[in-house]
Design a binder for this molecule. Structure first.
Ligand code: PEP
Ligand code: MN
Length: 480
């Protein structure tokens, strides 16, 4: 499925990059004053209609006094890793739920979080091995609770009743009742507490020896054991174990924290600005403001208006920022966004996450790459092959086709290869659970299978086997 391998394609990309890179002078712009709440005077999209403003303010007040989820220095660290990815010295794997759910959290007692974390680690090991590059691991978790929607209302299938749309557990409930759909500010507090538990779990898994490469043979999800994807992973595991043994017998350090621990970051879409604003903290050392709700935040495709509230908020925080780039994003708008969000052209600050759909990459990606190149802006390019590839089955179930996902990733890599720029990462909706939400893949999930285990409250996710398969194909292709 992937294009024919070329000898050491990474080396080629890197040297071309070196030839074509322009060193842009820092841009000098008249900066308007910014404060964590300056977004409030700007036009805003996708905003919930809270019936009780006083209650909303009380919740915001509580969040303002809450413990930050991340330490500001971690955001700075992630930025330096993303800067490496912009230069082809690292690869970014970002993934997790479309929307985290309160119900899943209660039902699984953290097992779903652990499994998705484990899957990301497995994929990163395969990619690291294939690419010969460090992989920067970023979860879509510990805050991914607010969803932009295409319509403010929705109708249950074949029914006449129309209700306000579900906007994510942090805002309203997924149940199809008028009561559940009323935005409730207290949901922000539940989301905050769930996020603290989630980040605590992934930190302890990352640092507590759970993903020690010395016990890589145990890092396999139970239900992929024995499947072709599981066997492939075990082949990698054996090669890595051999390499570690060899290092030890040479007297080399096979015992460093790099081998015993994993570095893991969290991210979500900065959609619900009252929540984000309340969790902004000023770093006492640097004087900069950071969103402490996550290491990285991204701006969704529906809220990226250069003069809108979401861009205004993101402009003033020092975290690394993602921008979703859909097919309607014009070159001029993109440049305006880059000037506004990264006026000093700081490497690692901006990750452009393109999500144009299979078959449309050649129409959009070259023009965006060319515009960015001419502007001299440094960006990290990532590919979200999910959001341009959502389709409905004849019976009305939202799904995505593994082949479309693969095709978009493949074209993303090919276009970057042709243009001498670096494909810095991928952004996936995926879960370590054995769900049936996307069709296709080696296990050939069909439309009929979608009924078996469709748990996502929003968009369909790749399951563990499909995710491993994608990582495997990518790693094979890129090690060419
Ligand atoms: C998402 O990432 O879940 C999402 C809604 O993406 P986009 O803004 O690209 O549509
Ligand atoms: Mn989604």
């Amino acid at each position: 499925a992937f294009p024919a391998r070329r000898p050491s394609s990474h080396a080629v990309w890197r040297s071309r990059l070196a030839m074509t890179a322009t060193t842009a002078p820092p841009r000098k712009h008249q900066q308007r004053p910014w404060s964590p709440g300056s977004w409030r005077t700007m036009p805003i999209k996708q905003v919930p209609d809270y019936p009780d403003q006083a209650e909303l303010e009380r919740v915001e007040q509580r969040l303002r006094k809450s413990v930050p989820l991340v330490y500001t220095g971690e955001g700075a660290k992630l930025k330096s890793l993303l800067a490496k990815a912009s230069r082809g010295e690292a690869f970014v794997l970002q993934g997790g739920d479309c929307a985290e759910s309160f119900a899943e959290f209660e039902k699984y007692g953290g097992e779903n979080i652990r499994d998705t974390f484990l899957l990301l680690i497995q994929m990163s090991i395969m990619l690291m091995y294939g690419l010969g590059l460090p992989v920067v691991k970023i979860g879509r978790m510990a805050g991914q609770f607010a969803k932009p929607r295409s319509s403010p209302v929705e109708r249950e299938k074949n029914k006449v009743l129309e209700l306000p749309t579900y906007r994510g557990d942090m805002i309203n409930g997924p149940e199809f009742t008028a009561e559940a759909r009323v935005p409730d500010p207290h949901r922000m507090l539940t989301a905050y507490h769930q996020s603290t538990a989630t980040i605590n779990l992934v930190r302890s898994l990352a640092h507590g020896g759970f993903v020690d490469l010395h016990r890589i043979h145990d890092i396999n999800l139970e239900f992929v054991n024995g499947t072709p994807q599981g066997k492939r992973f075990l082949e990698y595991a054996t090669r890595i174990t051999d390499a570690l043994k060899f290092m030890s017998s040479c007297g080399l350090q096979a015992d460093s924290p790099m081998v015993r621990q994993a570095e893991f970051f969290v991210s979500h879409e900065a959609l619900l600005l009252p929540y984000e604003e309340a969790l902004v903290r000023r770093c006492e050392i640097t004087g900069k403001h950071y969103a402490t709700s996550a290491h990285m935040l991204w701006c969704g495709d529906r809220t990226r208006q250069p003069d809108g509230a979401h861009v205004e908020f993101l402009r003033g925080i020092a975290n690394p920022i993602g921008i979703k780039c859909g097919p309607t994003l014009s070159d001029a708008e993109l440049l305006q966004l880059l000037d506004t969000l990264n006026p000093n052209n700081e490497p690692g600050r901006i990750t452009l996450i393109t999500r144009v759909g299979a078959g449309k990459v050649r129409e959009h990606l070259p023009r965006l790459i060319e515009a960015v190149r001419r502007s001299g802006h440094v960006v990290t390019w990532s590919c979200d092959p999910m959001h341009g590839n959502t389709v409905a089955t004849p019976s009305g179930i939202k799904t995505r086709n593994f082949d479309d996902i693969l095709s978009e990733v493949k074209d993303f890599f090919q276009v970057h290869q042709e243009m001498g720029t670096f494909p810095g990462g991928i952004h996936l909706e995926m879960t370590g659970r054995n769900v049936t939400e996307c069709v296709g893949g080696m296990n050939k999930l069909s439309h009929d299978d979608l009924r078996t285990c469709f748990e996502s409250q929003c968009d369909p996710r790749l399951n563990a086997s499909q995710s491993l398969e994608l990582a495997f194909l990518l790693s094979e292709f890129m090690s060419g």
